[in-house]
Design a protein around this ligand. Structure first.
Ligand code: IMP
Ligand code: MG
Length: 178
């Protein structure tokens, strides 16, 4: 285990079974659609890649980069679009792929932002959900795992851009960020 990790919250086997379950649900619901999967960079990359590989249907992908955290562990509440979607989404069915929902600020914003661009539907899949810290309500269609209020890293999730490459998800030692 990495020296800055207090404990492993979700190991590789559990991640794999969560991803398989979500892939099957999304495959079923989107079977007849011409739709676009939109990953929220950078945290969602490993989850999105594994999800895509586990799915049977074909679909298009795109990415957005948004920022609300700077280098801390608390949402600032202001969401900035740093890289926008690179195609017209008018009339398209969109599934946003996110690593984790915490305050809800990011996904609340993105949901409204993509709807305002003319998407026919916008749904969300998140690998992790921390409902205890929700400030803004967000309609999440697919949730991988509900987790307690702890700051986690690994499998794409970072603290100050570190730990994204860990293959498991661990709770960061508080002394690392205090
Ligand atoms: P929200 O806007 O507060 O819901 O935060 C969502 C974003 O904050 C996620 O996309 C993550 O990038 C980041 N985030 C929230 N909680 C964690 C965590 O425990 N570890 C790493 N990143 C987190
Ligand atoms: Mg993120």
């Amino acid at each position: 285990m990495h020296k800055d990790i207090q404990s492993v919250l979700v190991n590789e086997q559990e991640i794999e079974s969560i991803v398989k379950r979500l892939a099957a649900e999304i495959d079923r619901d989107y079977a007849d659609k011409d739709w676009l999967m939109v990953g929220v960079l950078k945290g969602s990359i490993l989850f999105m890649a594994d999800l895509m590989k586990a799915m049977k249907n074909d679909f298009k992908i795109d990415f957005v980069v948004v920022s609300s955290y700077a280098d801390g562990t608390e949402s600032t509440g202001r969401v900035n679009v740093i890289k926008d979607i690179s195609q017209s989404i008018v009339g398209k069915d969109i599934l946003i792929v996110e690593d984790i929902i915490d305050s809800g600020n990011t996904l609340h914003f993105l949901d409204q932002y993509l709807r305002a661009k003319g998407a026919a539907s916008v749904n969300l899949v998140t690998l992790f959900d921390k409902p205890d810290r929700r400030v803004k309500e967000v309609p999440v269609k697919y949730v991988g795992k509900v987790i307690p209020d702890a700051f986690i890293v690994g499998y794409g999730l970072d603290y100050a851009e570190k730990y994204r490459t860990l293959p498991y998800v661990g709770i960061l030692k508080p002394e690392v960020y205090s």
